[in-house]
Structures are given as C-alpha cells and as structure tokens.
Write a new protein. Sequence first.
Length: 93
Amino acid sequence: MGTVYGIIHWVIQIILWIIQVFILLIVVQAILSYFMDPYHRVRRTIDSIVNPFLNPIRRLIPRTGNLDFSPMVLIILLWILERVLQSLLFSLG
C-alpha cells in the first residue's frame, strides 16, 4: 500500500509543478500582450497554450473596458486547485 501512496504523492507533486508553470505562463502572456506583437512566434506559442483555458472564462466574464480579468480568475482557480491538492497530499502523509 505504501507504493500506491508514493505514486499518488509523486503524481500530485508533478501536477502542482505544472500548475506553477502554468500560472507563470499566464502572467507572462498578460505582460507580453502589452509589449509584443500578437503575431510574434513567442507570443503565439504562449497564447496557444493559455488561451484554450482563458476563452471559457472570457465567455462568462466579459471585458471591462480595456481590462481582461480572465487571467486573474484563472490564476485564482488554479490557486484553489493547488490548495486542494496540497491538502490531499498532506492528508496522505
């Protein structure tokens, strides 16, 4: 049974790492949207990773003037998921 918990622990750690990288990509995408051409290769790559997760939120929460709150909402949702996974990890011991 210890091996199963070890594998679950390892999988949760990887998911937590992916969440952190994804949050970083969201922040980078938001910053680059002000400075970089939307057709730049780097920005298009980051947009292709982040936008599929932002688009459903954008449909629920429309833009307010020039402000797009969808990255902030996504980051908050990811933080909540991260806390749930960390509490699960803590409960597994």
